[in-house]
Design a protein around this ligand. Sequence first.
Ligand code: TLP
Length: 346
Amino acid sequence: MDYLDLRSDTVTRPSAKMRQQIAAAEVGDDVFEDDPTVKRLESMVAALFGREASLYVPSGSMANLVCLHTVSKPGDEIICEEGCHVFNFEAAAAAAISGLLFHIVRGERGAFTADKVRPLIRPESLHSPRTRIIEIENTHNRAGGTIFPLDDIRELHRLAGEYNLKTHLDGARIWNAHIATGVPLAEYAQYFDTVAVCLSKGLGAPIGSMVIGDHDFIREARRTRKMFGGGMRQVGILAAAGIYAIENNLARLAEDHENARRLAEALAQIEGIAIDLEAVQTNIVIFDVVRAGYSVEDVLAGLKEKGVLAVPFGERRIRCVTHLDISRSDIDRAIKVFQGVFETLN
Ligand code: TLP
């Protein structure tokens, strides 16, 4: 069946034009720093984010881990929000591999303020872990693609400066925040020591993420990447897809946001669905199945039978994500399927 795949924005397939650019890419051995296409991507991304340097890595999870590992020691503490990706969805890599201790902040729609963090910062003591990193996620996946307010980011940056802490941005979907708010990427990036962004989500590249920061940090991050087995060779063929994605697929994220809103507003009309429309700020739509007796599994199976794929996101929750391969008419088709499934379940 030709599914409408709303499971994630990671499911996009490279277009014919992207594949042409992949085929034409000049390559070299990137561990020797000899791949011209990777270099082009790295300088392009550094410039876009207004920072000195960037580094190409295979995945968003590795990008986060390379950043966290490079700036910390085992036993250090990272302050992050309870629903964030590094805490929930990366197989505890930061704890298992880097020895970091998670200190959790309860956020509101994925965001939190400096006032909430201040009491969590440990005083220097022989007995305590050392608070080392404040991490934020923008947009916030589990909260439904919500945007972290810029004023709060500024305050957190100020607080980190006061206590000499590092700041990390999991910006897997910072592109969506940028398009939704008009805040320049460089404005977002300036408040963080280390930044991770993904090319393989809304931008539609088949693989790849970037680590961004200053020269000294990127030099060390290159070493960490090698330690994790992420040093790649003639990887310009993939970097070419990343360049194509940034040049062609960034501005169009606005369409994904419109489609998500259209879907969310229609879902809000369906009996048996509860949805926080204010949380639908970018390309993610999360809703609760609230009708007694209906499980998330029943709903997902019903959707699949009619050609729509989504993912469970908690006991009563389902997530849909809009992306490059989903058009407005696909959304209209999906809405009909949702209406049909909830009628059948009646
Ligand atoms: N998120 C995936 C799943 O892991 C949930 C998705 O489908 O959304 N940071 C954020 C905020 C992410 O949402 C993800 C992927 C990552 C990091 C990790 O990226 P990858 O999957 O490339 O390791």
